[in-house]
Design a protein. Structure first.
Length: 125
């Protein structure tokens, strides 16, 4: 579990994005749930409002921001007493995604029909 660190995920995209949270943020939550033994249904909260009481120890916060022309920012925050670690990725150009799509297409050449994901393309499986 995540007994020592409180975990929060934030993501920001341009004002025109129609889904929230983003697919990348949802995947980050899946990984965090797998690694901490938490579940999306029971332990993830989307934002907070009002007098909600103390933060449950297993809770993972998910926060979605929309504005401007932001291509995509994702942060995972691990906060404990006296310290915090933040892992952030900021995409400043859609070319980042286009080059990944080209890489995936080249990797697929000659592969048998099937279901693949970027972990296959990057050799992470």
């Amino acid at each position: 579990g995540n007994d020592r660190f409180d975990i929060e995920v934030t993501e920001m995209h341009h004002r025109h994005k129609i889904d929230a949270p983003s697919g990348t943020a949802r995947r980050l939550l899946e990984i965090l749930n797998e690694e901490t033994g938490t579940s999306y249904e029971d332990d993830v909260t989307h934002g907070r409002f009002g007098i909600i009481g103390e933060r449950p120890s297993r809770q993972i916060g998910m926060h979605t921001l929309r504005g401007g022309d932001v291509v995509g920012d994702h942060t995972v925050l691990f906060a404990a007493d006296g310290e915090r670690v933040e892992l952030t990725h900021k995409a400043s150009s859609r070319m980042t995604f286009a080059s990944g799509a080209v890489r995936a297409a080249l990797w697929l050449r000659g592969k048998p029909a099937g279901l693949y994901d970027m972990q296959d393309v990057l050799g992470l499986k």
